[in-house]
Design a binder for this molecule. Structure first.
Ligand code: FES
Length: 111
């Protein structure tokens, strides 16, 4: 068995459609999950622009997801915007026996 410490099972591989996002909630975090050409990408579902929970519904193009509200773009691998500004948190994804697992680290409280 692969090392799954810190990972949470989120869904089955067969639950995802190509280039169509799904949203999940793990603990206090909302996650947008995408499947593109056999690879899986997990990012925060909350757009940093106006804090809308809609990234899962974004269009995908050339390795980016476009927020459906105002079109901000985020790299699927890094979560960053095209100009390098920070964007969305990304999460490590593993697959094991037709299941998708995601590593979600609890947010730290900042005082
Ligand atoms: S809320 Fe995402 S671009 Fe405006």
């Amino acid at each position: 068995m692969t090392d799954m410490e810190g990972f949470s099972k989120i869904c089955k591989v067969s639950d995802l459609k190509e280039s169509q996002g799904e949203k999940f909630i793990i603990g206090d975090q909302e996650i947008a999950l995408f499947k593109v050409k056999g690879k899986f990408y997990a990012l925060s579902n909350v757009c940093p622009h106006q804090h809308m929970s809609i990234i899962y519904d974004g269009l995908l193009d050339a390795g980016y997801v476009f927020c459906p509200a105002h079109g901000w773009q985020f790299n699927l691998e890094t979560g960053k915007q095209p100009d390098g500004r920070s964007g969305l948190t990304t999460y490590e994804v593993k697959t094991f026996e037709n299941e998708i697992w995601i590593k979600v680290v609890k947010k730290e409280l900042k005082w």
